[in-house]
Design a protein around this ligand. Structure first.
Ligand code: SAM
Length: 216
């Protein structure tokens, strides 16, 4: 078992975060003990952020005190691991589908560093009260994913903060090769003034997906 970054451990191909709520599972993940801590296995096939880290993301910007705006939280599978890592920070978890939002609320009841927000990520003016964040992360699988990400980053991301975009090439343009779509989306970020640090291919965990890491 080797610590790879703040709050994240790796054992061969298995990835773990330190469980903020020892004894409690969020999905069907394994719990293991390591040096007087309980770690929670992070399944990279159920989390694009997990897949990016499993595939060798060079520097993971999440830290113990990070404030994160997470767009497209769904039931909170990945949000729960972000909450583990940022144990003294905070996660604003945004989701607009009522069906999955209920599970997200249940997760937030157990974890005091998550605020579930039922809102449309296309309209940051509707949650303009949230504070400036160190990281904006989006996994909404929308055709205008990058535009939504930039709009939110312009409003909430601090200067020097990190913008992480999970890109599903099939949602954006089915006629292009995934790599062309990744370059096209990265180009939008560069033109908006962001420095693109990495484009991480998420296969085999997620077909035709990448994670773009950029800095404001
Ligand atoms: C691929 S799933 C997210 C999975 C999640 N990030 C995880 O790793 O556990 C995409 C989610 O984004 C949500 N979504 C899509 N567009 C949205 C929008 N404009 N505002 C808020 N949520 C949105 C969908 O309802 C869906 O739950």
């Amino acid at each position: 078992m080797k610590q790879v970054s703040d709050g994240i451990w790796k054992d061969g191909s298995r990835l773990y975060t330190k469980n903020l709520k020892p004894g409690k599972r969020v999905y069907d993940e394994r719990l293991v003990n390591h040096e007087n801590m309980e770690l929670r296995e992070w399944n990279p096939s159920r989390s694009k952020l997990g897949a990016a880290i499993a595939n060798g993301m060079k520097s993971v910007p999440l830290a113990e005190n990070s404030r994160v705006l997470y767009l497209g939280a769904s039931t909170g599978t990945t949000v729960s691991h972000v909450s583990d890592i940022c144990e003294n920070g905070f996660v604003y978890a945004l989701e607009f589908a009522e069906r999955v939002f209920r599970s997200l609320m249940e997760l937030a009841e157990q974890r005091k560093n998550i605020a579930p927000l039922m809102a449309d990520a296309r309209k940051p003016e509707n949650y303009s009260w949230i504070e400036e964040c160190d990281i904006v992360f989006i996994d909404a699988a929308q055709p205008d994913e990058t535009e939504i990400a930039i709009r939110n980053a312009e409003t909430f991301l601090k200067s020097g903060g990190f913008l992480l975009i999970a890109v599903k090439s099939q949602s954006i343009d089915v006629t292009k090769r995934p790599e062309e779509v990744y370059e096209q989306e990265a180009g939008k970020l560069v033109r908006a003034g962001y420095e693109v640090l990495e484009i991480i291919n998420l296969e085999p965990h997620e077909e035709k997906h990448c994670l773009i890491v950029a800095r404001k």
